[in-house]
Design a protein around this ligand. Sequence first.
Ligand code: F6R
Length: 610
Amino acid sequence: MCGIVGAIAGRDVVPVLVEGLKRLEYRGYDSAGIAVLDDGQVRRVRRTGRVAEMEAAAQAEGIHAQLGIGHTRWATHGGVTEANAHPHVSFGELAVVHNGIIENHDAQRDRLKALGYTFESQTDTEVIAHLVHHHQQQGHDLLAAVQAAAKELHGAYAIAVVSKREPGRMVGARMGCPLLVGLGEGENFLASDVSAIVQATRRVIFLEEGDTVDLTREGVRVFDASGALVTRDEHLSDVSLASLELGPYRHFMQKEIHEQPRAIADTIEQVIANNGFVPQLFGANAEAVLGDIEGVQILACGTSYYAGLTARYWIEAIAGVPCSVEIASEYRYRTVVANPKHLVVTISQSGETLDTMEALKYAKSLGHDKTLSICNVPESAIPRASALVYYTRAGAEIGVASTKAFTTQLVALFTLTCTLAKLRGRLAQAQEAAYLDDLRQLPGSVQHALNLEPQVQVWSERFAPKQHALFLGRGVHYPIALEGALKLKEISYIHAEAYPAGELKHGPLALVDTEMPVVVIAPNDSLLEKVKSNIQEVRARGGEMFVFADLDSHFGESEQVHVIRTPRHVGVLSPIVHSIPVQLLAYHAALARGTDVDKPRNLAKSVTVE
Ligand code: F6R
């Protein structure tokens, strides 16, 4: 979603801002802009469309400066227009960029209009610009004006502000949306995401809820919500520049699909190093938190939710712990009967999905203090709000469609399952050794599945002209069918639905005709024979089936039934291996349809609004 970058330096910051915005493109956006202080004046360039168009306009206007802010906007309040693009200015004196949503913007707008302010956009952000300006008019300096304005804003925000009254200063504030400071030598930076500034510095400070920050070239001062000067820890970011570059691949999604053996190996490294499933993998006091739980409540959105659905099969079958999985945006608005002895597990690649964060806050307000975050972004909001954390080590995921984050989430959830089973005395030593061995073999099995790409590509050409597709799976592979359908629809725009195969004859079978491709995930597990019967139901109605079956499934091919054989059955970890071909199918179908694979329409990488 929206992205922020700001810089104050002794050199021209425009290239820094543009580079930062380009690195934020992956989050999804529809317009971009920068505002700089050049010769004591606020100069601004905004464009709908790509950062490159805004960059060309800035070059054409000859914009150079030593202080500036930039933004990529994903429209919420007001359409995709240049007038609504950030930065927003007040009286040409002050410029603001903003991530998040100001909930009381209507009331503030009315108040500011009464004070003589006029509005050029439909955004909630313009309210912030005028409000800060209003407080400056009351005699406050920029920092105090931002702090006063922040007290009057309800909702979620990360902002960066510059003012021509104080040309050597940049001020930021955060509440509910991430914002971090980058520390350089004689230059400092603000960003919503470390990838925006990693080319300039790796030394970062993550701001906390309610913080404001005052940046000059020489230094950085952070104030907490009460206005007291505070010290926040400095971290050294390990985001690798290589993970932000495309390398030899056509798309980040393709690159990230192929990075999965490495990402999985990195994620299980700590488990293998410990030679077992020990609670400490989840944090220092994990044994106390996990030891006496009576159930697991998983909360997540989208693909992360499907990881949770997969884990439910493992957690109940292997650990013997009751487990429910709920979409975070539903849970947070539901009257929940809470059992504080249940472990609340949030799953989020980004660690900043607003609905998941709010669901966690709600769970905590109901007395849940046993909380665990499974997350891919260190120091992001959700793990920071959780008692325990397991970081997946997928590396930066740039493609909007989640791939390596999903499979590493599954690895983390399997590790949780085995740890819970062991704590409850349900994991015999031999079984633990066998599961560890399965994990060790997993990167190899995933690589084997990746080698199927040419075959999947041939299938994808048959999918490309279709308007609809059905995905079927049973048991622990049903969530993989859901994930396959989500991947296909989000990047190829082919309408796809997934069903547990046994549910077919209760309705969806009516959709099956010769035009409806039916993808079936059919590994050799205890439900294979059931799946085979379900397939007969499709076959009898003329449907064309595309079956992913492992080498042991013994599927016969026919004119109507096409089979791609995934590696030999890998036991409980089979859903991870079967995620690969459905990702590849979606990728190649999208490629054949010529869609924007890494930035599908209307979607954002990190969903920081409701
Ligand atoms: C789909 C996808 C989304 C995310 C969802 C949650 O490919 O990526 O469905 O899974 O927006 O995001 P996180 O995991 O960052 O909370």
